[in-house]
Design a binder for this molecule. Structure first.
Ligand code: SF4
Length: 193
């Protein structure tokens, strides 16, 4: 009997380095091709160890900012993973997405490549907090990304917010949660009967 497992793929490229970031991320992007080549080699290596013993039910693209890449870049990785590992037909394939790096059209192309779940790094809706965090997006852009993801056909959408930022009072945090509720005025978030 195969063990059930998930695959994590790190895409290290970012538009810039955020002030608070502890993740491995780089802004240099002229090595995307060599990164892909080495990543596919690593997939080959680990598949020789795990392909017969494990059934993979999830693939997660984290970063970095996977959504900054061309959809076909992630598509080629997904194809290679499917070729080398036992991936479930209905596998959940998630991509971390930053507002400001995707349009509706680009999100549709990610879906065509097999991404079926989106995790959106909103962090805050507050203009000052976003500036402090050196994020590239605005609160409005964050809302638009959630709505575009829904419009593009995604039905599994999560959002990240950062709790306990410097100067984040209880009142400010409640405002963030209230804004999240507004964002969630989409049919997918409505209770079903
Ligand atoms: S977008 Fe995310 S991974 Fe990239 S630098 Fe900012 S916090 Fe780090």
């Amino acid at each position: 009997m195969k063990q059930v497992a998930g695959l994590y793929v790190h895409i290290p490229f970012c538009d810039h380095k955020c002030i608070y970031c502890d993740f491995y991320s780089i802004i240099k992007d002229d090595n995307k091709t060599i990164y892909l080549k080495n990543l596919l080699n690593e997939i080959n290596h680990f598949s020789s160890i795990y392909s017969t013993s494990h059934q993979f039910k999830t693939i997660y693209f984290g970063g970095g900012t996977p959504s900054i890449m061309e959809p076909e870049y992630l598509g080629s990785i997904i194809s290679h993973l499917k070729e080398k590992f036992k991936i479930s037909e209905d596998a959940e394939i998630t991509m971390e997405t930053n507002p400001g790096t995707v349009s509706l059209e680009k999100l549709k192309r990610f879906r065509e490549q097999g991404i079926n779940r989106i995790s959106i790094g909103i962090q805050s809706f507050d203009k000052k907090d976003l500036k402090f965090l050196t994020r590239i997006h605005t609160g409005e852009a964050a809302v638009l990304t959630v709505h575009d993801a829904y419009e593009a056909g995604f039905r599994d959408i999560s959002i990240d917010l950062i709790f306990n930022l410097p100067g984040q009072t209880k009142r400010k945090w409640k405002k963030e949660l209230s804004k999240s509720r507004q964002v969630c005025q989409l049919p997918i978030f409505q209770p079903t009967v």
